[in-house]
Write a protein that binds this ligand. Structure first.
Ligand code: PMP
Length: 359
């Protein structure tokens, strides 16, 4: 068996230790004689798995007691709708920052339910920066303020948390668990799992108690945070196996020193890769330095005619899924928590060798 370094933006690489443990427990989870996949979600065994996952997540993110943690389905994309449905509270206006393709999707969806006020947009810069913090209004009469702390496609990440007098909502799909964050600054944090949490199929929503229970009339029960909060995310059958694997990842993060530990490793990995790009005339990254993502590192080659060759040769030496998003072209290395530092070193070695031969 030989595993590659997988730079996919998501579904993304998972910690090898986690996959091995899942493999060991595949047929018989801890003497139950069955796979987690085969268990009733209401049985004692799965309930203990679910509870441990939640308490470990609460511990690593230091989630205050007045927040509910929900394990839902429908991906982050469902949250684009569930956020306005649950948070408008009779107000018809919501503030959004437009900093990339994912912000845009959230905005498009919110427009079905309310008037969206785009507080700031970085579209003119082709989304290669974030708005200046001082330019953002801190006071508003909107129901909430939504932003995307890490835009997965262009690789732009906020170095600050916006200040606002209304509940702050963050799509943390591609940055959650990469560094410590102050949960108490947020009304809602949501994230699809398939980057830093686990396999696709589960979505984590962290929501402050007082925001729940005021859904727009006539909405399906499945779209109401209250439904899921009341039922400990077991109103219907949850994605049990994804929940279990997320729990193994949370344990792995704890073992690595929690979010502080992750942050140190992630910063080192990102710094190394950006330095390799910046120190070369052959590779470049267009994002303004303070807004560069630790998780998604796009780069372009001086000559786009070499893209195909670069990708083919990279694949041959076990560096997989480096093709950039179709909207920006070039390359993108997604280097989430589970990408080992050795993967970054191997990528840099390959990039330098490729440049020597073709630069
Ligand atoms: N938001 C961000 C920042 C993302 O990166 C993605 C997926 N790449 C999504 C939302 C959509 O997530 P999902 O596929 O889970 O709906």
């Amino acid at each position: 068996m030989s595993r590659v370094f997988n730079f996919s933006a998501g579904p993304a690489t998972l910690p090898e230790e986690v996959l091995k443990q899942a493999q060991e427990e595949m047929l018989d989870w801890q003497g139950t004689g069955m796979s987690v996949m085969e268990m009733s979600h209401r049985g004692k065994a799965f309930m203990s798995i679910a509870e441990k996952a939640e308490s470990d997540l609460r511990e690593i993110m230091a989630i205050p007691d007045n927040y509910k943690v929900l394990f839902l389905q429908g991906g982050a994309s469902s949250q684009f709708a569930m956020v306005p449905i649950n948070l408008l509270h009779g107000n018809n206006k919501a503030d959004y920052l437009n900093t990339g393709q994912w912000s845009k999707k959230a905005i498009t969806e919110a427009k079905r339910y309310c008037a969206v006020n785009v507080v700031a947009s970085t579209e003119d810069s082709k989304f290669t920066t974030v708005p200046d913090q001082a330019s953002l209004p801190t006071s508003t009469d909107a129901a909430y303020f939504h932003y995307t702390p890490n835009e997965t496609i262009v690789g732009v990440e906020f170095p600050y948390i916006p200040e606002t007098n209304v509940p702050l909502v963050a799509d943390m799909s591609s940055t959650i668990l990469s560094r410590p964050i102050d949960v108490s600054k947020y009304g809602v944090i949501y994230a699809g799992a398939q980057k830093n949490i686990g396999p696709a199929g589960i979505t984590v929503v962290i929501v402050r108690d007082d925001l729940i229970g005021k859904v727009i009339d006539g909405m399906p029960a499945m779209m109401d945070y209250q439904t899921h909060a009341d039922a400990d995310s077991m109103y219907n059958t949850p994605p049990t196996y994804s929940w279990y694997l997320a729990g193994l990842v949370f344990q792995w993060v704890k073992d690595k020193g929690g979010l502080q530990g992750m942050a140190e490793i992630n910063q080192r990995k990102a710094d190394k890769l950006y330095a390799a790009i910046d120190n070369s005339d052959f590779y470049s990254n267009p994002v303004e330095k303070p807004a560069r993502s630790w998780m998604n590192v796009p780069f372009i080659l001086a000559n786009a005619d070499l893209d195909k060759q670069f990708l083919e040769e990279a694949e041959k030496v076990g560096l997989s899924t480096l093709k950039g998003h179709r909207s920006v072209g070039g390359m993108r290395a997604s280097i989430y928590n589970a990408m080992p530092e050795a993967g970054i070193d191997a990528l840099i070695d390959f990039m330098q060798d490729f440049e020597k031969r073709n630069g």
